[in-house]
Design a protein around this ligand. Structure first.
Ligand SMILES: Cc1cc2nc3c(=O)[nH]c(=O)nc-3n(C[C@H](O)[C@H](O)[C@H](O)COP(=O)(O)O)c2cc1C
Length: 170
């Protein structure tokens, strides 16, 4: 049975919640899933596949997620890898773009660019000058599209549980 790591890097928790839904969705379809904060991932031993996601802040991924990619390039190149990023609250302000630091690593891992999921800015817990300004400008809210997130995760589970078609061997 496939052992899948679902790792995330978050500042305010909403990316962790996305990762958790992804983990549940994959787990319900067969693979054994391990949900971990990227800061706590020290090796990839025993995993067949990795799903990694980061919150976007100022056009960048959170450091623990980039570090996970950089420190395990060779292992990741031998595994199935899916990436996601969560952020945009308003696509006019934050068009979904992938940070260059991540784009540069993709060919070395052999992974597709991350899918982008809309994020959440909680008016009650937003901290920092820019975050408060964003709240003042009416950008707070929860924009996460759970159907899109679950559909993406279901596709990963399908890819991991697909039985190879060996009819060509007949
Ligand atoms: C100061 C600040 C900067 C942000 N910068 C970006 C950004 O560059 N791109 C983006 O898509 N979202 C950006 N966002 C939105 C966050 O990524 C979004 O709130 C996300 O869901 C937060 O994830 P977290 O709760 O896991 O930390 C920013 C939010 C804040 C408060």
């Amino acid at each position: 049975m496939a052992e899948v790591l679902v790792a995330y890097a978050t500042k305010r928790g909403s990316t962790e919640e996305i990762a958790s839904v992804i983990a549940d969705e994959i787990g319900e379809r067969g693979p054994r899933v391990h949900l971990r904060d990227a800061r706590e991932v020290h090796d990839l031993l025993g995993y067949h596949a990795v799903v990694l996601g980061s919150a976007l802040y100022n056009g960048r991924w959170q450091r623990p997620a980039v570090r996970l990619l950089r420190q395990h390039l060779a292992e990741l190149a031998r595994m199935r890898v899916w990436l996601f990023q969560s952020g945009p609250l308003d696509e006019r302000v934050h068009p979904p773009t992938t940070p260059r630091a991540v784009l540069r690593l993709l060919p070395r891992i052999g992974a597709d660019p991350p899918i982008t999921f809309a994020g959440r800015l909680d008016a009650g817990t937003a901290r920092g000058f820019i975050a408060r300004k964003m709240v003042e400008h009416g950008r707070a809210g929860d924009f996460r599209d759970w159907d899109a997130i679950r559909a993406w995760a279901a596709g990963i589970a399908d890819a991991l549980t697909a039985v190879p078609d060996d009819r060509s061997a007949d």
